[in-house]
Ligand binder design. Structure first.
Ligand SMILES: Nc1ncnc2c1ncn2[C@@H]1O[C@H](COP(=O)(O)OP(=O)(O)O)[C@@H](O)[C@H]1O
Ligand SMILES: [Mg+2]
Length: 252
């Protein structure tokens, strides 16, 4: 049976179409222009076009994040959990982000125990959580630093879960800011890094973790780096639950 769309659904559908479609055209036109004229462009013209291209990408990411937030708040973020190897998810995400890690002059390692149990998660959403945590670690860690991703299956405080931690050697977070970082549109880091994000990444990552039955937290001190951790439920054969609609999370 077809249900009538809610106001929120209509608004977000409208947003997607009205914002994403013209943005895609701008991006396409810019890329075509850059491809066609790559050889003959003056350095200054190329710089200006690169600024335009970067900002179009930034705007697209922001729109995507706002759409995800709207889905979470209206309980429309569908999870499709399946058995998954968490070490493999972490290694594949690390591989996908390798050029970014290299460019930042960092080293990222993934340590998973042998025979790590499978977890029961939505792969796409879990990769999204990992990308958010990895991209923050890259952004807030100066060149020469390390990002260590560690999986633990036997943490006594988290029986029945695999704990994944992303530890960096970056700028760290002040004690008075720690509790704020999971808030919507919150940015507390060095002002020169703030322009590169929207302050939504961690709130989305935490909500996606909680919808899947896990929790997310952070340990950090200024100047001593940060460790963001989250849990994923261990897969128990035969105990699968059907794909559930996400619960609604608090309004902004
Ligand atoms: N690894 C990290 N090291 C230091 N600060 C961090 C780290 N990850 C997140 N933060 C702080 O938390 C804020 C919120 O993070 P996030 O929600 O991902 O937003 P964004 O990346 O768009 O700034 C960041 O602006 C930063 O101040
Ligand atoms: Mg972020």
């Amino acid at each position: 049976m077809n249900q009538k769309p809610t106001k929120d659904q209509l608004a977000s559908g409208y947003l997607t179409h009205e914002l994403k479609t013209p943005l895609a055209s701008i991006r396409f036109a810019l890329e075509l222009f850059l491809d066609k004229n790559a050889a003959g462009l003056q350095a200054e013209d190329r710089r200006l076009l690169d600024i335009a291209r970067r900002n179009v990408s930034r705007l697209s990411l922001l729109i995507n994040d706002i759409m995800e937030l709207s889905k979470i708040q209206t309980g429309r973020l569908k999870m499709q959990p399946e058995p998954a190897d968490p070490g493999q998810l972490a290694r594949e995400t690390a591989e996908d982000m390798d050029s970014w890690v290299q460019r930042a002059g960092l080293k990222l390692t993934v340590n998973a125990p042998e025979n790590c149990p499978l977890v029961f998660v939505d792969r796409r959403r879990t990769v999204q959580v990992l990308m958010n945590l990895f991209s923050n670690a890259i952004k807030f860690t100066p060149s020469g630093g390390h990002i260590d991703v560690t999986l633990k299956a036997d943490d006594p405080g988290h029986a029945g879960f695999v704990v994944l931690s992303v530890k960096d050697t970056g700028c760290g977070i002040a004690p008075e800011d720690i509790r704020k970082v999971f808030g919507y549109f919150v940015q507390v880091g060095p002002p020169d890094k703030r322009g590169e994000g929207s302050g939504l990444g961690l709130s989305l990552a935490r909500s996606m973790t909680e919808i899947q039955g896990g929790i997310m937290w952070v340990d950090s001190r200024p100047g001593e780096g940060s460790t963001f951790s989250f849990t994923m439920p261990v897969y128990v054969p035969g105990a699968e639950t059907p794909a559930l609609p996400a619960p609604c999370f608090g309004k902004m």
